[in-house]
Design a protein around this ligand. Structure first.
Ligand SMILES: [Zn+2]
Length: 169
């Protein structure tokens, strides 16, 4: 996709190059910026054969199903990011998230496409936890395994993740 950046942030020049998806440079002043893959976390929460999904309130993928999660902050472990996101989004505490696998994703936000690597975790509950949907979510849904419509999951990486989880567990 065409990047939204049209002028060099250092010299204002317009002769910009993207030698690869992760690298941006200015032909006039030599300014160079790496846009490396950003780490993100997402969690599959299962309880009594049902998986928890959030309904997104904002773009991208507004109104679509999402797994709880978000971007990893600087100096944070993936596990810390996951626990923080779960407190913010659902107001639950999860002591021991179990890492499953990862999928690459592209996240379009305000005209800029970010390459992410979604690290997928699993949390299982024996009894449904008390959940309060945070500001970024329209609502939360518990969906039984056979009632999940993959086309309603907003991001391909998370479609893959849920599908693989259901096939392998
Ligand atoms: Zn420049």
């Amino acid at each position: 996709m065409v990047p939204a950046i049209t002028r060099c942030p250092q010299c204002g020049g317009v002769r910009l190059s993207w030698p690869s998806r992760k690298q941006f440079s200015c032909d006039d002043c030599g300014f160079l910026l790496y846009l490396n893959v950003a780490a993100a976390v997402a969690v599959i929460i299962e309880c009594r054969g049902r998986l928890l999904f959030g309904v997104r309130k904002h773009e991208p993928a507004r109104g679509m199903l999402d797994l709880p999660g978000g971007f990893v902050d600087p100096d944070e472990t993936a596990e810390e990011a996951l626990r923080r996101e779960l407190r913010e989004e659902l107001q639950i505490d999860v002591p021991n998230p179990h890492y499953l696998f990862s999928f690459p994703n592209r996240y379009l936000y305000r005209g800029i496409e970010y390459d992410t690597l979604d690290l997928i975790f699993l949390v299982r509950f024996d009894t449904p936890p008390a959940i309060t949907a945070g500001d970024d979510l329209e609502s939360v849904l518990w969906l039984s395994r056979d009632a999940i419509d993959f086309g309603r999951i907003g991001f391909p990486s998370l479609q893959h993740a849920v599908r693989r989880y259901l096939e392998t567990s």
